[in-house]
Design a binder for this molecule. Structure first.
Ligand SMILES: NC(=O)c1ccc[n+]([C@@H]2O[C@H](COP(=O)([O-])OP(=O)(O)OC[C@H]3O[C@@H](n4cnc5c(N)ncnc54)[C@H](OP(=O)(O)O)[C@@H]3O)[C@@H](O)[C@H]2O)c1
Length: 281
């Protein structure tokens, strides 16, 4: 099994990078692909898929931008059909919790005849430090169309550990792991804890979905991403994902990482450091 490379789709993605590091440390060879790899892999260009798949037996797949988008189900169906044709045996799919589109794509995989795993995740903690929210944190005010809904944010180091477990332990195959952090928190709570950890003031401000989308449109975000943001904040983020799940423990036999440990790791990297601004705070 260690002979053929494990395919990682989204090699520069937040989870893809971490899965890659862990597999290599265990002695597995990997083939990480995305639009910037050589050869390139592009979800929007099906002719780029075969070269990535050839010679692989297992794959960790992250779809971009999100399995919630209407086109995702058909794209995943076409990709899986090709993967079977080329000889893939096992596919691990990163999915989003509470997303109807994602569940349709998951069903395609579960009914495909391939060995499968689904890692269905809550919002990533790392959205605060590696994603679209980092700017607001460093600038001292995070503005989002979210109120008192609680979310058990997940540390993506846990997602990577679960993905690696499913890729390397055959007894875990053909199972869905619904993964979250241990604590359901509002954005206000998260930002307060971040502010305490970084040592400068950061506040959370609730804005309307219209204001949010207007600002994103102004920044030049494409229509598909605007649709996605609207879907995430008005449909998915309605409280349906509030209860913490047991997926991390089921896969790994240990509890999920708490937000406080995530804060300790990020502050050690300096990701939220405001050069020149820290002294003024
Ligand atoms: N963020 C969350 O809270 C969250 C929660 C649950 C599930 N998820 C899922 O996690 C996945 C990644 O989400 P993310 O926003 O966190 O992404 P991300 O880590 O920022 O990664 C984006 C990756 O996608 C690649 N990419 C972009 N466009 C592509 C295309 N057309 N074809 C192939 N690769 C492409 C990029 O590399 P190149 O630029 O080199 O192509 C990069 O490796 C999504 O499927 C999402 O549904 C996210």
């Amino acid at each position: 099994m260690k002979d053929s490379p494990i395919l990682l789709i989204g090699k520069t993605a937040k989870t893809g990078l971490r899965v890659d590091q862990r597999l290599r440390a265990l002695g597995y060879s990997t083939r990480g692909v995305s639009r910037s790899s050589s050869p390139a892999f592009d979800w929007e260009d099906a002719s780029s898929w075969r070269a990535a798949l050839e010679g692989t037996e297992s794959a960790y797949v992250t779809f971009y931008p999100d399995l919630a988008i209407p086109a995702a189900e058909d794209t995943i169906r076409a990709f899986i059909a090709l993967a079977k044709d080329v000889g893939l045996q096992h596919l691990v799919l990163l999915s989003g919790r509470g997303e109807q589109g994602a569940e349709s794509a998951e069903s395609v995989l579960m009914n495909s005849g391939l060995d499968w795993n689904v890692v269905r995740a809550n919002w990533f903690m790392q959205n605060f430090s590696e994603g679209f929210m980092i700017e607001g944190i460093v600038e001292g005010e995070l503005m989002l169309p979210a109120g008192d809904i609680v979310e058990p944010f997940i540390d993506i180091d846990d997602i990577a550990d679960v993905a690696v477990a499913t890729l390397t332990r055959p007894e875990l195959r053909n199972r869905l792991f619904e993964v979250s952090g241990p604590r359901a928190m509002t954005f206000t709570q998260c930002v307060a804890e971040i502010s305490e950890a970084v040592g400068y003031p950061v506040k959370f401000t609730q804005i309307s979905i219209e204001e949010f989308l207007y600002a994103l449109r102004d920044q030049g975000l494409p229509e598909e991403m605007l649709w996605l943001m609207n879907e995430l904040f008005t449909v998915v983020f309605d409280g349906r994902n509030s209860n913490p799940t047991t997926g991390v423990e089921e896969a790994l036999g240990r509890p999920a990482t708490d937000f406080s440990e995530y804060l300790r790791k990020v502050t050690a990297t300096g990701a939220w450091h405001r050069s020149g601004l820290l002294q003024q705070a």
